[in-house]
Design a protein around this ligand. Structure first.
Ligand code: ZN
Length: 133
């Protein structure tokens, strides 16, 4: 079962420019930086109450984020839902006929276990499930 919205991922081309923009937009200078090599992304994230806005930029031209930006431009990239058990939820959703991108959890940003569901199955929204380790 979903506990809360963990974060909203926004695909951006220029991380430092977007970071400056969101500092202005949110009136918040507190930003967390992280690179997740496995996902080919560099992120800058801002905490908003119980949730996080995660600016995500590609680390290389063949990163999935680079392909997303090329195809659809910058903008909202994914919705991340926090659950207690990613592996259990993947099994449940697969049985419900939801198409998975990741068959098993991987290590993502913020030391979370993550897995993506295919947007074809979820109204065009790329959904990430995540779980605190
Ligand atoms: Zn995410």
């Amino acid at each position: 079962m979903t506990k809360r919205i963990s974060h909203l991922g926004i695909a951006v081309k220029d991380l430092s420019a977007s970071e400056a923009l969101f500092k202005k937009l949110l009136g918040d200078e507190n930003v967390h930086h992280e690179t997740v090599e496995d996902q080919g992304v560099s992120i800058a994230s801002f905490k908003i109450g119980e949730s996080v806005i995660e600016l995500t930029s590609p680390t290389s031209a063949d990163s999935p984020i680079a392909k997303f930006i090329e195809k659809r431009g910058e903008g909202i990239h994914h919705l991340a839902l926090e659950v207690d058990d990613v592996a259990g939820e993947l099994a449940r959703l697969k049985a419900e006929g939801i198409q998975l991108i990741d068959e098993s959890p991987k290590l993502g940003a913020h030391e979370m276990l993550i897995a993506f569901l295919h947007p074809k199955s979820t109204n065009g929204v790329l959904v990430e499930l995540c779980q605190k380790k």
